[in-house]
Design a protein around this ligand. Sequence first.
Ligand code: PMV
Length: 360
Amino acid sequence: MIEKRAPGKLFVAGEYAVVEPGQPAVLVAVDRCITVRLTESQDAGRVHSSEYGQAPLVWVRDENGENIVLEHRPADYVLSAISIVEELRSSFGAPPRYFDLDISSELDDASGRKFGLGSSGAVTVATIAALDEFYALGLTRTERYKLALLATIAIAPNASGGDLAASTFGGWIRYSSPDRAALKLHREVHGVASALHCSEWAGSGATRIIPPESLRLLVGWTGSPASTEHLVKRVHTPGDEKPLPFESFTSESRACVDALVDAFDQDDAAVALENIRQTRRLLQRLGESSGSRIETDQLRLLCDIAETYGAAAKPSGAGGGDCGIALSDASLPTIDILREWERHGIQRLSLSPHRAEGGI
Ligand code: PMV
């Protein structure tokens, strides 16, 4: 059996802006993971996951033995990850083999509700890592991140891939996305193997950053899952017709991310926290100008409580529910924040930043 774990993630700054190629964001991987266990099988492949309920997802190959044909479910991230690796495997001339996947997640609650910790990204990354080993493809980490991004944009073309980079490389990262439309086209015209090494796509867009040692992270869960895709569609106009508020949002977001990364470099927790607070204000303005409920009532409460007691707080990612983060200096007691969160039905998620191993 092959077992691969991939961590979930939180957005610390730069969400929404990062959807634009080249715009930076800061993310942190967390020490809660999705685990994919792969075992070789004789005929069709099955994917067991609590998400698919009682009936496992079943797939078979087409008559040429080249492509995946899905039997029971519409395309999803796992299937997309499988088909991208299968395409690469077949381009190397390696023979196909059958396998079952068993997926378990620490990124949902007991009833399967997602916390908003990047489960789609983590399952994509873990599936690709398991298949890389199964087929002995010898991919580098950057190649696995790239495959994960190609698999993801086949389903969600706007996705920045920040979650995939955090999940692949772990730890704290600064990330900016490549031009996904160009990569998608390159894959369609020239195939996956060529897309991995095309000139438009030099590296992963991720660099490792180290936060001030005194920075502490709290995560609160609102209990309401949100749809990132729906929220991103409300805010982003594809092509060049960006509304003016979005243009100024992206430039202010960039300034905030740059200042945050500088503060990390200087080990300056106070300046880092100031830029987290500013990120929340930018997201609030973006929500107002686009008519999108990025900061729901529950998220507002979560952040207001944390700010009242001296922390810096913001929604993580697209908002609309899911979870929010509070960052503070180690000298700040967090007991009041936690008590007030609990009083208002905000559940603290017990997790810590993931410890990165190895470089990018
Ligand atoms: O809501 P999350 O945690 O999936 O994050 C979405 C972040 C966005 O920048 C809004 C979209 C993206 O793909 O980066």
